[in-house]
Design a protein around this ligand. Structure first.
Ligand code: NAP
Length: 251
């Protein structure tokens, strides 16, 4: 029986996920570094230290997800925390294209359905697929937690306010994928409440990472803070919430 708490962070080979992994190790966890590229996962695990271990996991590949769950079952027997962090903002913005220019090429009227499907495959269906595969392992833990890393960009309440400054970049691809992820989060929280599994959505805030060509204003240490808080929730903590560094975010 493994006596440390065990966490799996998807997409933990870089960015906010890597920092979440470092912080959870500092809180006494054994952390599985989910990475679609095993070598990059191994390099990240080495950087985190002996309590981290790489796990090949592509959230869009059912065989990879099943193999990851089988390995956790046979080597560790349970999972205490699942952080669904892996995401993409697009499948390949042209070099030199600004976020605003990209947003104009992905309006509801002109967005490529292939682009839309690919982003939803990772950011929404990937989260559901990984969660379904890991649920039997989470049910073995006494106080399991699921953290879905979302974005304030997905808030329908904020974006329906004509005074919201980022409203012009609300679009059907990345922002709407996070809106859909929020809906999945609430549905999961409702189903799993009676099992004592808390499921929350969290926005890390605008953080300097590969996702935004390092244009973010926060460090990864700052970006990891809110997701880690939700991973560590005690028995009296909330479920079915959407929050960020500064507290609740409207859905
Ligand atoms: P990042 O540095 O680009 O990291 C994203 C991670 O997801 C990478 O490890 C990437 O793997 C992985 N990934 C992508 N597709 C995957 C797949 N199919 N299977 C497994 N892993 C996959 O971005 P980040 O900023 O740290 O993003 C982390 C989370 O924060 C995301 O959910 C993002 O939406 C959210 N977020 C970020 C910001 C921000 O300002 N940065 C703001 C709001 C929300 P590879 O290295 O192989 O590409």
């Amino acid at each position: 029986m493994h006596n440390k708490r065990i966490a799996l962070v998807t997409g933990a080979n870089q960015g906010i996920g890597l920092q979440i992994a470092k912080d959870l190790v500092a809180h006494g966890f054994t952390v599985l570094i989910g990475s679609r590229n095993l070598e990059r996962g191994e390099a990240a695990a080495k950087e985190v230290g002996p309590d981290a271990c790489a796990l090949q996991l592509d959230v869009t590949d059912q065989a990879s997800i099943a193999a990851a769950a089988a390995r956790i079952r046979s080597e560790l027997g349970r999972l205490d925390v699942l952080v669904n962090n892996a995401a993409i903002s697009h499948t390949g913005r042209l070099p030199g294209m600004s976020g605003e220019e990209f947003a104009k090429s992905t309006l509801p009227s002109n967005v490529s359905l292939d682009e839309l499907r690919a982003v939803f495959e990772t950011n929404v269906f990937g989260v559901v697929a990984v969660t379904q595969a890991m649920l039997p392992l989470l049910r073995e833990a006494p106080e399991a937690r699921i953290v879905n890393v979302s974005s304030g960009a997905g808030s329908l309440t904020r974006n329906s306010d004509s005074a919201f400054p980022l409203r012009s970049i609300f679009g059907p691809v990345y922002p709407a994928s996070k809106t859909a992820l929020n809906a999945m989060t609430l549905a999961m929280a409702i189903e799993l409440e009676s099992a004592g599994i808390k499921v929350n959505a969290v926005s890390p805030g605008f953080t300097k990472t590969n996702l935004n060509n390092y244009a973010g204003t926060q460090t990864v240490e700052e970006g990891a803070r809110a997701p880690v808080r939700l991973a560590l929730l005690g028995a009296d903590g909330p479920t079915g919430t959407f929050s960020g560094m500064d507290g609740a975010i409207p859905w």
